[in-house]
Design a protein around this ligand. Structure first.
Ligand code: CA
Length: 244
């Protein structure tokens, strides 16, 4: 998931960005309203955290300008303007959520998860698919109770696949949603991460849920039922089951 943080207070911006990067999001961080408008127009974000008092262009103006062109973009206003009328104005202006400063980082994280779940219509913070369990709040993947050790990028790719099962996903989609703008992304990087993710999935599932569509990209889908039964019969949990 890719997030744009627009905040002109340097310490706060750095703290938010570092925290979200630790959570595994691809994060771009800027301090200017006009730049925010430009970035949102050309990049593909899943969510924007938008301060209101900004140099360049006020956050409300950014919101008004981008909302008509990007109806699906989740926008969370994070502002020191904390009166009820400010919140009403922000939400009526098209923001999906409004968090007043000061705030607890855990609350910001929870609100981000909620907005991203809505975007991809996943009702819970846990996705169970093809024998893989993805915990979006703990940022962990597991199979039959055993944690699958994934890098942040691999987790990001798997998360995007599992939120969009059966959909054709191009390398561009993955670069847009899993990488940030700093990375000089090229398709080779995507292939390297996908290849190592596949190796790990195949080791625990016995099958590869990621199909390559030549010239199009990838599709994540579950192996046939019989294969799922095989997964259940495999002793993947190891030590955890030894007491039975
Ligand atoms: Ca500000």
């Amino acid at each position: 998931m890719r997030i744009l943080v627009v905040e002109d207070e340097q310490d706060l911006r750095e703290a938010i960005c570092e925290g979200l990067e630790m959570d595994g999001y691809a994060v771009d961080c800027i301090d200017d309203g006009f730049q925010a408008y430009e970035m949102i127009s050309v990049e593909e974000y899943d969510l924007v955290i938008l301060d209101l008092n900004l140099p360049g262009m006020d956050g409300m103006e950014v919101l008004e300008k981008v909302r008509p062109s990007f109806p699906d973009l989740k926008i969370l206003i994070l502002s020191a303007r904390s009166s009820v009328s400010d919140k009403v104005k922000g939400l009526d202006g098209g923001a999906d959520d409004y968090l007043a400063k000061p705030f607890h980082f855990e609350e910001l994280e929870a609100r981000i998860r909620t907005l991203l779940r809505k975007k991809y219509s996943a009702p819970l913070s846990i996705i169970d698919l093809c024998g893989i369990r993805l915990d979006l709040s703990k940022r962990t993947a597991s199979v039959q109770g055993a944690i699958l050790p994934l890098t942040r990028k691999e987790f990001g790719i798997l998360e995007y696949f599992m939120l969009n099962p059966e959909a054709v996903i191009s390398q561009e989609n993955l670069i847009e949603h899993v990488w940030n703008a700093d990375v000089n992304s090229f398709s080779g990087a995507v292939r390297v991460h996908i290849s190592s993710l596949r190796k790990k999935l195949r080791a625990v599932l016995g099958d590869d849920p990621i199909e390559t569509r030549i010239g199009e990209g990838y599709i994540f889908h579950c192996p046939p039922e019989s294969d799922l039964d095989d997964i259940k019969n495999n002793d993947l949990t190891g030590k955890q089951d030894s007491g039975r």
